[in-house]
Design a binder for this molecule. Structure first.
Ligand SMILES: Cc1cc2nc3c(=O)[nH]c(=O)nc-3n(C[C@H](O)[C@H](O)[C@H](O)COP(=O)(O)OP(=O)(O)OC[C@H]3O[C@@H](n4cnc5c(N)ncnc54)[C@H](O)[C@@H]3O)c2cc1C
Length: 331
């Protein structure tokens, strides 16, 4: 697919999923425009991600298999740091973490090289499907423009349901697309950390240079129960105390930043991938850092009309339970 007749695609959202699917679609010959309301990529959930690439403790089997493919797809790329992980005294030698900024920049580079466009600081305000022969979807922007394109991929994380409002009443499994709030905290330390250490009380990993990244699922839960925000005030003292158990001394001068966000999640905790209207595709997932490369490849096959059977368990119209699987780790 090349030349003036290449089908036009708008991807909404430049988190890890949006940048990756936009790059993949452009490489496949689509004429792609990526639209992001923030000034930079990865400002939503992707900014608060612990970005641990792993495939254990994932259920059902099809979801574990997808994560396994994601981990393989990251391996060998410059944004992936194969530092291995220790989780509850078990070793996971193939695990690592993604530098999400480097990942996003690489995807945007590929998008541009393939002739695609990324527009930042622009919000999609409404979507409308049409029966017009010349286009299938109208994409209304806050700039007043009205783009007319062949296909739209919604990769807008927790904001996806708002965009779907004008298109479909479903899909039910999406709910409000909003999972538990979480955080990543960055600090500098003189101590060297070579690997990811994970437990319910503390996840800790190297983050390049003398930086480390910290997360605590137990702390997230206890602050949520007390309705306290995930701010430095409530998080830092507790994390410092827990880090001592890993022989890491963190002092106040070492605090760098804390970023918090809700996890984009369906009601059953699994990805949602598929057509919600003839020309509108939804791509939403927790563990999106691990899954981005494999989901992007499978979704772009579907854009080309090739069904990706690996995605069959994650269709928007699947039956579902309101029970999200327990989160022992993250990613
Ligand atoms: C605390 C935490 C820890 C995590 N840890 C891990 C982990 O260890 N490993 C792992 O694999 N995953 C992890 N995840 C999950 C992973 O980070 C997410 O699955 C992933 O970031 C989702 O990416 P996304 O692109 O779908 O969403 P986002 O990053 O939220 O991107 C969506 C984008 O859409 C934009 N947008 C929304 N509406 C509009 C609109 N109308 N117009 C234009 N733009 C719009 C937003 O501004 C945003 O930039 C974690 C998540 C959190 C929150």
């Amino acid at each position: 697919m090349t030349g003036p007749s290449a089908p036009t695609v708008v991807v909404i959202g430049a988190g890890v999923l949006g940048v990756c699917v936009a790059a993949e679609a452009a490489a496949a010959g689509f004429e792609v425009t990526l639209i992001e309301r923030e000034a930079e990529p990865c400002r939503g959930a992707s900014a608060a991600s612990f970005a641990w690439v792993n495939a254990h403790d994932k259920h059902p089997h099809a979801y574990a298999a997808l994560n396994e493919l994601g981990r393989t797809a990251h391996a060998g790329n410059r944004w992936f740091h194969p530092v291995s992980a220790q989780f509850d005294a078990q070793s996971y030698p193939d695990d690592g973490y993604v530098d999400t900024e480097a990942f996003a920049n690489a995807q945007l580079g590929s998008l541009h090289s393939a002739g695609g466009t990324a527009r930042f600081g622009v919000t999609v305000s409404c979507l409308k499907t049409t029966t017009d022969r010349a286009c299938s979807v109208q994409v209304g922007l806050d700039t007043g423009e009205d783009l007319r394109v062949d296909r739209v991929i919604i990769a807008a994380g927790v904001d996806s349901p708002v965009l779907l409002a004008g298109i479909t009443e479903g899909p039910g499994v999406l709910g409000d697309a909003t999972g538990p709030a979480g955080f990543v905290l960055r600090a500098s330390t003189k101590a060297k950390l070579g690997t990811i250490h994970a437990s319910d009380l503390l996840n800790i990993r190297p983050d390049g240079g003398n930086r480390i990244a910290l997360q605590s699922l137990a702390l997230e839960r206890s602050l949520a129960a007390k309705r306290l925000p995930l701010t430095r005030e409530h998080v830092w003292p507790e994390l410092r105390a827990r880090a001592v158990e890993h022989n890491l001394e963190l002092n106040d001068a070492g605090f760098l930043e804390i970023r918090a966000a809700n996890r984009p999640q369906a009601l059953d905790g699994l990805p949602v991938t598929g057509w919600v209207a003839p020309s509108v595709y939804i791509l939403l997932s927790h563990s999106g850092v691990t899954l981005a490369p494999v989901l992007a490849e499978l979704v772009v096959d579907e854009l080309r009309g090739i069904r990706s059977h690996e995605l069959d368990p994650f269709r928007p119209d699947r039956p579902y339970s309101h029970l999200k699987p327990p989160r022992r780790t993250d990613g």
